[in-house]
Ligand binder design. Structure first.
Ligand SMILES: [Zn+2]
Length: 412
C-alpha cells in the first residue's frame, strides 16, 4: 500500500519500541529503543541533506535547517517533539492498522476491544478519510510520534526547491518526556531559538499555551510516643495530627472535584506512626498568586495543628516545581500571534486550552524559550483506543509551515 511520506514515516516510527521507564534511574534516555529512533531520525535527516545535526549522549537530537533567505534578518524558530511513548498501557510492540477510507462506523480493534462512535463522537467528522488505529493490545504512539513525523516532513519540505521562504529552523527531538525527565539534560545555551513550539497536542485546532503552576508541600508531624495503657495527658499522636490537617483542606478543591481553570490541593502521600507522620501534598493553580495563597493557607493550617496539640511539632516545606508557561509566553506576543495568523490563513479554527499538568514546553519556557503546544491529530492518548487522523496530522504540518512563513515575513 502506498501512503503519503508523512504517514510512511509515522508507521515506521511507531514500530520502534520507545516506551520510557521511570524505574530506570541514572541513565538517559531510560530505554535503548529511544536512542535507536534518534539514530534513525539522524539517518533520515542526513538523507534529506540536513547538515547541522547534533545527537547528544543524553538523548537529544538537534537538527538545524539553514535560512533560505540569508539577506533577511529572521530569528531562529524551534519545533520540538519527544520520541518516547507512555506506559499506561503497553507502549512497545505496536502494530498499527491503516484504515484507508473510514466508513463512519464503530472500529473493531480485536475480539475484546472496539472503538465506538458513541464514545468518540468526533470520529463522525472523519468519515471518508484515512485513520490509523491500534490492534487493541497497545497504545498507538501518536503521542508523540505524530509530532516526530510532522517535524521530519517539515525538514523535507523546507529543503525542497519549492520551499517557502524561511529563516533558520531548529528541530529538537527529546527523550523521556513521559516520565517527566524530558528537559533534564537539555543545555539551553546550545539552542538558538527565539521561541519554540511543541507539536505534542491532540485534536484538530487545539492549542495549549497555559499549564498549571505547581508546588509540592511536605509536612512532617512529630508526636510524643508513650505506652498506650498510660498515655493519658502524655502521648501526642502524629497520625491524628496529620489526619486533622488533611481533614481541614477543602474537599471541593481537590483534583477529583475540579476542572478547567480551577486549582486544587491534593494529599498525594501519607506515611507514619505515632512518633512521626509525613504528608506530601501537590498544589496546582493557573494563577501564581493563588498558588502562593494555597501555600500560605497550608502554612497557617500547620501552625494551627501545632497549637492544637501541645508538645506536638509540625514542620512544613514548600517548593514551586514548575510555573504556568503563559507567564513567559505573554512576554513575546508574536509567539501566539504566529499561531493564530497561521490558523486564519489556512482556515483552521483554533481554540486555546488549559493543560491541567505541566509539559516540556513549560520547562523550556521557564528556561527562556517561550514554547506553546500545537495539536497533532492523535486522539485518546496513552490508551489502546488511540487513533490518528492523517488529514489532521497534515493540517498540523501546514499550520507549522505557516508559522515558519509568519516569522520569515510579517513578524515584528
Ligand atoms: Zn506527549
Amino acid at each position: 500500500m502506498h501512503h503519503p511520506p508523512i504517514l510512511e514515516r509515522f508507521l515506521r516510527y511507531v514500530k520502534i519500541d520507545t516506551m520510557s521507564d521511570s524505574n530506570v534511574v541514572g541513565k538517559r534516555p531510560s530505554t535503548e529503543g529511544q536512542f535507536e529512533l534518534l539514530e534513525l531520525l539522524k539517518e533520515e535527516l542526513l538523507a534529506l541533506k540536513v547538515e547541522d545535526i547534533t545527537l547528544s549522549p543524553e538523548g537529544y537530537l538537534v537538527a538545524r535547517i539553514p535560512s533560505n533567505a540569508p539577506h533577511k534578518k529572521i530569528p531562529t524558530i524551534g519545533f520540538m517533539a519527544h520520541v518516547d511513548v507512555a506506559d499506561d498501557v503497553m507502549g512497545n510492540g505496536v502494530n498499527p492498522r491503516v484504515i484507508e477510507t473510514y466508513d463512519g462506523q464503530d472500529i473493531v480493534l480485536n475480539d475484546a476491544y472496539t472503538l465506538t462512535v458513541e464514545e468518540n463522537p468526533t470520529l463522525k467528522e472523519y468519515k471518508g478519510t484515512t485513520l490509523v488505529v491500534t490492534d487493541g493490545t497497545t497504545l498507538l504512539g501518536g503521542d508523540n510520534k505524530a509530532g516526530v513525523a510532522i517535524l521530519v516532513t517539515l525538514a523535507a519540505n523546507l529543503l525542497a526547491p519549492t520551499s517557502i521562504e524561511h529563516g533558520e529552523v531548529e528541530l529538537i527531538f527529546t527523550t523521556d518526556e513521559e516520565i517527566g525527565r524530558g528537559m533534564e539534560g537539555v543545555d539551553v545555551s546550545q539552542l538558538r531559538s527565539r521561541c519554540c513550539y511543541t507539536i505534542d497536542g491532540s485534536a484538530r485546532g487545539e492549542i495549549d499555551a497555559e499549564c498549571f503552576n505547581a508546588a509540592t508541600v511536605t509536612v512532617d508531624f512529630y508526636g510524643v510516643p508513650f505506652h498506650l495503657g498510660a498515655a493519658k495527658g502524655r502521648m501526642v499522636n502524629s497520625v491524628t495530627m496529620a489526619a486533622s490537617f488533611i481533614g481541614s483542606i477543602p474537599q471541593l478543591e481537590s483534583p477529583e472535584a475540579s476542572e478547567e481553570r480551577e486549582g486544587y490541593y491534593c494529599a498525594e502521600q501519607i506515611r507514619g506512626s505515632i512518633a512521626h507522620t509525613n504528608v506530601v501534598l501537590y498544589l496546582r493553580d493557573f494563577d501564581l498568586d493563588q498558588l502562593k495563597r494555597r501555600i500560605r493557607a497550608l502554612e497557617s493550617l500547620a501552625e494551627s495543628v501545632e497549637l492544637l496539640y501541645t508538645n506536638g511539632k509540625v514542620e512544613l516545606k514548600s517548593e514551586i516545581v514548575y510555573k504556568n508557561m503563559f507567564n513567559y509566553i505573554k512576554e513575546d506576543p508574536a509567539v501566539m500571534e504566529a499561531i493564530f495568523k497561521a490558523g486564519e490563513r489556512i482556515g483552521i479554527p483554533l481554540k486555546e486550552r488549559f493543560i491541567r499538568g505541566g509539559t516540556d514546553g513549560s520547562r523550556l519556557s521557564e528556561m527562556g524559550i517561550p514554547t506553546p503546544n500545537i495539536f497533532t491529530g492523535s486522539h485518546n492518548l496513552h490508551s489502546r483506543y488511540e487513533w490518528l487522523s492523517l488529514t489532521t496530522m497534515e493540517e498540523s504540518l501546514r499550520l507549522v509551515e505557516e508559522i515558519v512563513a509568519f516569522w520569515a515575513g510579517e513578524a515584528p
